[in-house]
Design a protein around this ligand. Structure first.
Ligand code: XMP
Length: 330
């Protein structure tokens, strides 16, 4: 596939059999393109880069070098899952970089949301480029580009987040095996490749991660509270969906603002953080509605967060659709 236009005749990948055929075809094409050379891939753990990694492992094995940068803003258990699935189960050549301190030091005291995004984006490229410079003989760069990325960058809707960013001295040739697929097709392929459901059906997670949900200037203690509260939200919503109590929700997460509210415990007043629960349904993320979550589910989330997460004294549910509110808080 050298072209960036999806042919009208291309069958939509909707079944395991169609996915298996696509996988065979791609493995052959990747072997042909890459030969005995090495490929570098930034592996975030999102479905797109995970599917590309799994395809490349099947095609060229340890000629693929995956780099997972933990920017310290991942959700609970995410980096661990990347290591477990790719290094332990699939035998990938995986370089894991814990860059938490580096990112959090750069972000210290920075409250402006767009400045935070810029710092996270730039630092990510810097860390990745530094790792790339240490590796020898890399000829290709794997990318989890999907078809909507191509359409959106063509329309000028957004800068193509998967393309570019690396300094120009890296003269890599791109390897983009899922660039003509839509998200639902990537998921069917991921399933056929044997990736875990939690990776294949992962809800969208912004590149800057928890950084844009720990509002204002990020502090380590508030970030830790956010990570724990977010894990509770995910566990409880996913359990309720699995039990059929609520319908699947498109995106759901916790937010911790940079303010405190009064609480009381054992007769003593305290000033702790509120946790905001955000859940939305949407088709294209341009507009969004707020689902009516069953009261017992909401109550269980609140009870668990208040009991399990230190430093939190309230749980609030955001009722704002988009517009006027955006999906994220920053
Ligand atoms: P908003 O907040 O603009 O979010 O309504 C729409 C969708 O985009 C995601 N989002 C981001 N994704 N980098 C990303 O990769 C970002 O900086 C970013 N900001 C928002 C958000 O999670 C939602 O799915």
């Amino acid at each position: 596939m050298t072209d960036n236009i999806r042919p009208e005749s291309m069958t939509r990948i909707t079944t395991p059999a169609l996915a298996a055929a696509f996988i065979d075809e791609q493995i052959a094409a990747l072997k042909e393109q890459i030969g005995d050379k090495k490929v570098l891939l930034a592996l975030s753990g999102g479905v797109d880069s995970s599917v590309v990694a799994a395809l490349l492992i099947k095609a060229v094995g340890r000629q693929l070098v995956c780099v997972h940068v933990n920017h310290g803003l991942m959700r609970k258990g995410e980096s661990e899952q990347v290591i477990e699935v790719f290094r332990d189960q699939l035998g990938a050549n995986l370089v894991y970089i814990d860059a938490t301190d580096r990112f959090l030091d750069k972000l210290a005291g920075v409250a402006d949301p767009e400045t935070k995004r810029k710092i996270i984006g730039k630092e990510f490229i810097d860390v990745f480029a530094e790792e790339a410079a240490k590796l020898e003989g890399i000829r290709f760069l794997g990318q989890g580009t999907i078809y909507p990325d191509i359409l959106e960058s063509k329309d000028g809707v957004k800068a193509h987040h998967n393309v570019g960013g690396l300094p120009e001295q890296y003269d890599f040739e791109l390897v983009e095996p899922v660039k003509l697929l839509f998200k639902d097709e990537v998921r069917v392929v991921g399933k056929a490749l044997g990736l875990p459901d939690s990776m294949v059906y992962r809800q969208p997670f912004p590149g800057p991660g928890l950084g844009v949900r720990c509002l204002g200037a990020i502090t380590r203690d508030r970030l830790a509270a956010l990570r724990e509260a977010d894990a509770v939200v995910r566990e409880e919503i996913e359990a309720a969906v699995a039990a059929g109590t609520i319908k699947p929700i498109w995106q759901y997460f916790a937010v911790v603002p940079d303010m405190r509210a009064t609480g009381v415990e054992n007769g003593k007043r305290r000033y702790d953080w509120p946790v905001i629960l955000r859940a939305v349904n949407t088709v294209d993320a341009m507009t969004a509605t707020v689902p009516e979550i069953d009261w017992p589910v909401l109550k269980r989330i609140a009870d668990r967060i208040l009991a399990e997460v230190p430093g939190v004294c309230r749980v609030l549910y955001d009722l704002s659709p988009k517009p006027v509110g955006t999906i994220e808080f920053e």
